[in-house]
Design a protein. Structure first.
Length: 187
């Protein structure tokens, strides 16, 4: 299998990374609000959050895949940053699963005689989901700041351009770039 380095718009990627943290923080607030309640209608109350989180997990994983095959991977600390983003994706996916599990824990009393009739176990799942989302939000915020700095700093930009040029030189075939700007503006 042959690897090709694709050139993508890093300004847009920075924007998308920056939007993740506020989105996740908003969902944390919703999770905490539900956790404080009685969770009397678990599917109706929790499923919308679980669905949104599963969708975000897919969206963030798609972004991770795009970044991993782009010039982002060749930039300074690119592989380390990708590893952190992969971890953040896992946190979001796990939070989505925990929300789904909270639904099950609240409804299992309908399936099993010894099911927990209280929302305690579901609350525990929701607490863990919120903690996972906090970790992910911090990572996305940090990654957006790092990429923004690298794009705004002339010395960092030049360093990255050299690393990208080296990576492109090492790539057997160079496809047409997806974006002509590559996220950089020459001074």
């Amino acid at each position: 299998m042959e690897f090709t380095l694709l050139i993508i718009d890093l300004v847009d990627q920075t924007r998308r990374l920056g939007q993740a943290a506020p989105t996740l923080m908003s969902l944390i607030t919703e999770v905490e609000t539900l956790r404080a309640g009685e969770i009397e209608k678990p599917v109706r109350e929790l499923a919308p959050i679980a669905v949104r989180l599963h969708g975000l997990a897919m969206q963030y994983t798609e972004q991770l895949a795009a970044l991993s095959t782009s010039q982002y991977a060749a930039m300074k600390n690119g592989h380390q940053n990708l590893a952190e983003l992969a971890e953040a994706c896992a946190h979001v996916a796990f939070a989505a699963t925990l929300c789904t599990f909270a639904i099950h824990r609240r409804t299992e009393v309908l399936l099993y005689e010894d099911g927990d009739e209280t929302p305690k176990t579901s609350r525990d799942n929701l607490k863990s989901a919120a903690e996972e989302l906090v970790h992910a939000a911090k990572t996305y915020r940090r990654q957006a700041q790092r990429l923004s700095f690298r794009l705004a700093s002339t010395p960092a930009r030049h360093e990255d351009q050299q690393l990208i040029a080296q990576a492109l030189a090492d790539t057997p075939t160079n496809p047409e770039p997806r974006s002509s700007t590559a996220g950089y503006v020459d001074d």
